[in-house]
Design a binder for this molecule. Structure first.
Ligand SMILES: NC(=O)c1ccc[n+]([C@@H]2O[C@H](COP(=O)([O-])OP(=O)(O)OC[C@H]3O[C@@H](n4cnc5c(N)ncnc54)[C@H](O)[C@@H]3O)[C@@H](O)[C@H]2O)c1
Length: 326
């Protein structure tokens, strides 16, 4: 059955792929984004144009707006008759959040509050929140299971996301809002964020931009390809589940040094990374137990890290390298 979904952060990396996926399933999508300059807004505008380009049925509508603006947001949701809200809008940099914690609380927590209030007020059936593996903090217990304690976040970003998960619980408890909090694990792929490792390594190789490798690459991440993640996001948008926290990862750890070596192998070029010590806001390893996602969301990641990097590299060649030569 066709649903109408509000996707916040629609112009961003995961948001734009989420819009594509929901549209391909025949849903109506309203995308909202403030097109901020955390990375070049032209990239976000290009993402919106790509969504428009593949929207054959005229089911996509974009609104430039800010989730911190409660009144504007409420007017959009009041008139929207949405079945679901997928809140992907956020300030997403872990390390940057240390220097600007207020912004992270304003957008990631207060922005989520504005959405939850309007969702409740206007009877939106389902609310999906982008959360993060950072909620787990530094833990020795792997893989990460949703029932693990998450009360020691290492950076304001992680705190803001964990607090938003808890706020969603409160709205579920008090008002019956269905809320699914999805903990994403290091997502990469086409339209990726320029501040993330895969992108930075390619920029280092082809533009000689500085890029640190922390702890000599002795860090482990559950790298998850974006097309896999958005299957889980779209399934969550279609299925009200009460209140749930669900990991979305690939369910496999790959060492950072090996990830970089794979990029070098696939591009046939050497990077020139600068060694840097591990910083306090970074966890040493992330590794998702995805059995709950498999059960509740029929989530089944298909893309190997090698295949994912090959796809990312193909996108980078046409969307970054070739454009820079013009
Ligand atoms: N990429 C990852 O590995 C990862 C991992 C864990 C969680 N997440 C979460 O997934 C979501 C999407 O992340 P992404 O990697 O696509 O990042 P992104 O920065 O590409 O996308 C976020 C989008 O939100 C928009 N935005 C920011 N503040 C806004 C505001 N006040 N009002 C409206 N729009 C606003 C930005 O302009 C951007 O387009 C975020 O909530 C992020 O915290 C991402």
């Amino acid at each position: 059955m066709q649903k109408k979904v509000l996707v916040t952060g629609a112009a961003g990396f995961i948001g734009s792929h989420t819009c594509d996926e929901l549209l391909s399933r025949g849903h109506q999508v309203v995308g909202l984004d403030n097109l901020n300059d955390y990375y070049p807004p032209e990239r976000k505008e290009a993402n919106i144009e790509e969504i428009r380009g593949s929207d054959k049925d005229g089911n996509f509508h974009f609104i430039e707006g800010d989730i911190r603006n409660a009144a504007d947001l409420d007017a959009i949701i009041e008139g929207g008759e949405f079945d679901a809200i997928v809140n992907l809008a956020a300030m997403a940099g872990v390390r940057v959040s240390i220097d600007n914690p207020q912004l992270y609380i304003d957008v990631n927590l207060s922005g989520t509050l504005n959405l939850l209030q309007s969702a409740h007020k206007h009877g939106v059936e389902n609310f999906v929140l982008a959360s993060t593996s950072s909620a787990y903090g530094d833990t020795d217990t792997i893989p990460f299971v949703e029932t693990d304690p998450c009360d020691r976040p290492l950076a304001p970003y992680a705190t803001s996301k964990r607090a938003a998960e808890m706020l969603a619980y409160t709205y579920h408890h008090l008002f019956g809002v269905n809320a699914t909090c999805l903990r994403f694990f290091t997502v990469y792929g086409p339209r990726g964020r320029p501040d993330m490792m895969a992108y930075k390594v390619l920029d280092n190789i082809f533009f000689n931009t500085p890029c640190n490798i922390f702890n000599n690459g002795e860090m482990w991440r559950d790298w998850t390809y974006v097309a896999d993640i958005v299957q889980g996001v779209a399934n969550a948008a279609e299925r009200p589940l009460g209140y749930e926290i669900i990991n979305l990862g690939r369910g496999e750890m790959v060492k950072l040094a090996d990830f970089v070596a794979l990029i070098e192998e696939i591009t046939g070029r050497k990077s020139n990374l600068e060694s840097a010590p591990k910083i306090d806001a970074d966890v040493e390893r992330t590794f998702a137990d995805i059995s709950k996602a498999r059960k509740l969301l029929d989530y089944s990641p298909q893309t190997s890290v090698k295949e994912g990097i090959e796809n990312f590299w193909a996108w980078y060649k046409t969307s970054v390298l070739e454009k820079s030569e013009v």
